[in-house]
Ligand binder design. Structure first.
Ligand code: ADP
Ligand code: MG
Length: 302
């Protein structure tokens, strides 16, 4: 594994001060840090490998993929990695990442009422599409696109500038190849991802490709435009992994309630439908989405 290479740096405390906690995920804690030499602020993602004792090989392989992909990508809307530290005696791994401390897109959803207007939503969504197109063109599926993993960089000149982060579930999926792992967040997971693991449906698939990301983006667009998720309108946490939610997803049972969608343009709604298409072969690709008239036109129109 990458962190077992000789020469990997160990003395993070000599190079960085830890300032505050920025956020947590399933397997990590992310801190703001300052480079002691040049004073630059960074994000430090801390992963404790001891936590993976239940299934170490699986997690270590995935972590290795996360590093490989982070080191390879370079795009203005994707968080990049600057350095890696590993303290072997403590099994502690640290990624030094670009800092994006303007909050998560998640904080801009609002409850039942979107906090971004349609033009702002378009501006944010286009950047997400560009980042994901870059990944897909390199054979990378992110597999965990959701508002929690899209961060604002807090640029005064460009307050809605975003970067996508968290390649903790990302992998290469070559043309003609299929992935099978059921992963991602239940609210944003594509039907074929669910189906590849369960036999609950009629869609004949035995795996999935990069298009699973296009579905997740459809769910993200739905939620930022309307303030509500497409498939779970009661906020019951219990429901999030139930067969009922998965059943709704695989059958594509979502609606556009007048209450939330009355003021949204028909074009925006059309792009949501093109992305939230159950059959992955009929679904819009990211490139098609970037050419959709809602994205290419400057102003909301109906
Ligand atoms: P996990 O793989 O455990 O889900 P993430 O990479 O998603 O970890 O990071 C967890 C949280 O930490 C994010 O949701 C976000 O709030 C915060 N975070 C992650 N990376 C950065 C960053 N580069 N700048 C600022 N905050 C970040
Ligand atoms: Mg995360």
């Amino acid at each position: 594994f990458y962190w077992e290479q000789t020469g990997i740096k160990k003395e993070i405390m000599k190079e960085y001060d830890f300032i505050r906690e920025l956020g947590t995920g399933n397997f990590s804690v992310v801190y703001e840090g300052i480079n002691k030499i040049n004073g630059k602020r960074v994000a430090i993602k801390y992963i404790n490998l001891k936590k993976f004792q239940s299934e170490p090989v699986k997690f270590h392989l995935q972590l290795n993929r996360e590093i490989e992909i982070l080191k390879m990508v370079s795009h203005e809307n994707i968080i990049s990695i600057q350095d890696i530290f590993y303290i072997d005696s403590e099994q502690q791994l640290f990624f030094i990442l670009d800092l994006a401390d303007g909050g998560e897109l998640y904080d801009k959803i609002g409850y039942d009422r979107p906090l971004l207007n349609e033009l702002e939503a378009k501006y944010v969504f286009k950047q997400i599409l560009e980042a994901v197109l870059y990944l897909h063109n390199r054979g990378i599926a992110h597999r965990d696109l959701k508002p929690e993993n899209i961060l604002f960089i807090d640029d005064k000149n460009d307050p809605l500038k975003i970067k996508i982060t968290d390649f903790g579930l990302a992998r290469f999926i070559n043309e003609g190849e299929l992935a099978r792992t059921l992963c991602g967040s239940p609210l944003y997971v594509a039907p074929e991802v669910i189906v590849s693991r369960t036999s609950c449906t009629t869609i004949p698939v035995n795996g999935y490709g990069k298009t699973c990301d296009a579905w997740s983006l459809g769910a993200i667009l739905y939620i930022i435009l309307s303030g509500t998720p497409p498939f779970d309108d009661d906020t019951d946490e219990e429901m999030l992994s139930t067969p009922k939610l998965f059943q709704q997803i695989v059958s594509g049972s979502y609606r556009f309630p007048e209450r939330n969608w009355a003021s949204i343009s028909k074009l925006a709604l059309d792009l949501v439908v093109k992305l939230l298409t159950v059959d992955p072969n009929q679904r819009y690709t990211i490139a098609q989405a970037l050419n959709h008239p809602w994205i290419t036109s400057s102003f909301p129109s109906s």
